[in-house]
Ligand binder design. Sequence first.
Ligand SMILES: [Zn+2]
Ligand SMILES: [Zn+2]
Length: 258
Amino acid sequence: MIDSHCHLDPGVYGGDDGVDAVVARARAAGVSRMLAVGSGYGFASAQRALDVARRHPEVRCSVGLHPHDAKDATEAALAELFAMSAAPEVLALGEMGLDFHYDSSPRDEQRAAFRAQLRAARELNLPVIIHDRETEGETLRILDEERAWSTGVLYHCYTGSAAQMAEIVARGGYISIPGIVTFKNAGDMHEVARATPADRLLIETDSPFLTPVPHRGKRNEPAFVAFTLAKVAELRGVTPAALDGITTENTLRFFRWT
Ligand SMILES: [Zn+2]
Ligand SMILES: [Zn+2]
């Protein structure tokens, strides 16, 4: 199996040893590859994700600035981030985008940091991982305005409508389904999990958050991606093994993961 989105941050898992134990448990559970997202815990998350990827051949990473941290964006700090993407372990920029639910950074600063990262991704020819929460279509509009689709766009932890999923897919984008799909109250996510075209569908844990049933309430980790895989397979009427073949192939293609 493959986990297309996890935060293997030592600050969360009890240092480097804790992260290494999480990776070992994932491998034991049959998760052979993990994409460690270098974004979400300030600018330092990028280097920490890269460190994990360098220690583990089954881990690759992204580097980016989360919308929560957009208030810390300076031109110099962003330039340093983009320079890090030259490392062979870095497969994408992100996660980046807009979050109008928490509004942890002023919206104008979120927009500016998002656009700067999209422009860099085009220049560097890297795919982007998108975080989009309660933005009423603005994220999609910015992706259009920045002509971001050609290098690859992945909506991670997709919780939007099936109609918006169709718009993303029509533009060439990809959709990643998190463990929320296993919750009783999964909203539109069951419909999205069924309707997303097979060649655009990924799955993720978004560890350490959004732990799937039956471990809900515990800290999430990549080993638990199996529960999300099983639920999405059930919704689509295929076996977990068949769906795993599809989501693994899609993840490798999207990230140009070799
Ligand atoms: Zn996110
Ligand atoms: Zn995330």
